[in-house]
Design a protein around this ligand. Structure first.
Ligand code: URA
Length: 296
């Protein structure tokens, strides 16, 4: 069957438009030009070399040539990474997922609401997805919902959540409007059961998608489970807290103590609270939030 050149041209135009949009969404501010032609580059590197004497031009061929070479309308294979220099110089915080592959928070939440990927679906009342602003620059990540969260369908509403809210207010932020709060695992583990590696592995794709959609500037990882799941490795929170890390190589993470730990009665908690506040002050500085006078 004869190909329709107009249809092929339209397909090329559509592909080019989609490619340019993807470049724009990835942060490229322009289309880099190709490298200079090799002949120009060679002249530039050897300015004093006398040109070789030119051989006389060969005689014109006698057989008539076609007026124009046949034009192929099929698309050339896409280069793997056509503009590596643009990608390398792009600010680290931009996610590189093509927009078409990114799901909205509402769609991810609806997916999580009917999730049966692990055994926790049998005992939960409902999955607990998030609270706060889905466009916040600051995201707090805990481990898993407790009984109050399971009943309410919102993370951090029990005693640990009340302390978390006080910590957020101490930063001068509104816990509902200025931050996004979620957990590594969305369903409540039964009483006394610590989340397992299998449950975490089943659930963490939701969190990766959530963080991609929110695209916060800073993530505060609360406690060992959150730090381990976000950053990998086996180092504990006492060792990691207070030092900036990177999630997926591009989003700042500040590991700090979980509010449930800070609430426990014990001799270490006073110092741990001071440490946690120091960690949050680093976050405030990074986000250009005003430090309280006595802390500035
Ligand atoms: N602890 C968490 O880690 N998350 C909650 O939602 C509640 C308590």
């Amino acid at each position: 069957m004869e190909a329709d050149p107009r249809a092929e041209l339209a397909a090329i135009a559509a592909s080019l438009r989609a490619y340019l949009e993807w470049q724009r969404d990835s942060g490229a501010s322009g289309i880099p030009r190709g490298k200079r032609a090799p002949a120009v580059a060679a002249q530039a590197t050897a300015p004093n070399v006398a040109p070789e004497p030119r051989a006389p031009d060969p005689p014109e061929p006698r057989t008539p040539r076609p007026l124009a070479a046949p034009v192929s309308l099929s698309l050339p294979p896409a280069p793997l990474d056509p503009f590596p220099e643009v990608v390398a110089s792009r600010p680290a915080a931009r996610p590189l997922t093509p927009p078409a592959a990114r799901r909205s928070l509402e769609v991810i939440a609806a997916d999580a609401a009917s999730c049966t990927r692990c055994g926790l679906c049998a005992s939960r009342t409902r999955p607990v997805f998030s609270r706060g602003d889905g466009k916040a620059r600051l995201c707090f990540v805990g481990d898993a919902p407790g009984a109050e969260e399971d009943a309410a369908g919102r993370p951090f509403v029990g005693p640990a959540g009340q302390l978390l809210d006080r910590m957020i207010r101490a930063m001068g932020l509104d816990p509902e409007r200025d931050v996004y709060v979620c957990n590594i695992v969305k369903c409540r583990p039964p009483e006394g059961h610590k989340t397992t590696a299998v449950e975490t592995a089943a659930c963490i794709p939701f969190l990766h998608e959530q963080l991609e959609a929110v695209a916060p500037k800073v993530i505060v990882a609360l406690g060992n489970t959150a730090v381990g799941a976000l950053l990998g490795g086996s180092a504990g929170i006492t060792k990691l807290r207070g030092e900036w890390k990177l999630y997926k190589g591009r989003t700042l993470v500040m590991p700090t103590y979980h509010p449930a730990y800070l609430q426990r009665p014990g001799p270490q908690q006073q110092g741990a609270k001071r440490d946690a506040w120091e960690d949050l002050r680093k976050v405030m500085k990074e986000l250009n939030l005003e430090l309280p006078q006595k802390d500035a």
